[in-house]
Design a protein around this ligand. Structure first.
Ligand SMILES: [Fe+2]
Ligand SMILES: [Fe+2]
Length: 191
């Protein structure tokens, strides 16, 4: 059977959704979006919030506000509990750190998000030095977090999920994305 992988934060186009592939794809896309975020700051400093900067800001904002939020929930539901239930003290300690990272990343993005959203809407009211500093802090934590997950967590959990756990993860992730997408399109229609 061919398994269909949808992009992170998106809905499955068919009845199949590969949760493990979506988790990995979100890391790749997050690393790419961190490069875009750094390029956006450079562009804002050089030429201001022109059309290209507004379009970059819109894509960055959508990724970190929608796809990454979904990704954190995926991990907290399907990846972290597997290790917390294990007898491995080092793994449990790593998961505690990763959960703390999710909280800090939420706080850091909560500070950047209104600025990036304003740039996307052509309303630039940021202070350049503070924006660059905030982006550097957020980017460093995001990269370190992904590196720790890929080194210590994903190989242990995703490689060892049995077929039933994998199917249940795939189904829950797909259903949650579909529900969020339907809510977003209803808001868009009524907004
Ligand atoms: Fe994470
Ligand atoms: Fe992750």
């Amino acid at each position: 059977m061919n398994r269909h992988s949808s992009g992170p934060g998106s809905c499955p186009a068919s009845g199949f959704f590969d949760g493990a592939a979506a988790l990995d794809a979100c890391h790749r896309e997050t690393l790419r979006m961190l490069e875009e975020l750094s390029a956006l700051v450079t562009r804002l400093e050089a030429v201001g919030a022109d059309a290209r900067a507004r379009s970059m800001a819109a894509a960055i904002h959508a990724h970190f506000s929608v796809a990454v939020r979904e990704h954190h929930e995926d991990e907290e539901r399907h990846v972290f509990p597997q290790l917390e239930a294990s007898g491995d003290a080092e793994a449990r300690q790593a998961v505690a750190l990763l959960r703390q990272d999710h909280s800090w990343l939420d706080v850091d993005w909560g500070e950047l998000s209104p600025i990036i959203d304003a740039v996307a809407r052509g309303q630039a009211w940021y202070e350049s030095g503070m924006l660059r500093e905030g982006v550097e802090i957020f980017s460093t934590l995001s990269r370190d977090h992904i590196a720790l997950e890929e080194y210590l967590i994903y190989p242990q959990v995703l490689a060892n999920l049995d077929a039933q756990a994998r199917a249940s993860m795939d189904a829950e992730m797909a259903a949650r994305r579909l529900a969020h997408s339907m809510r977003a399109s209803r808001r868009h229609r009524t907004g």
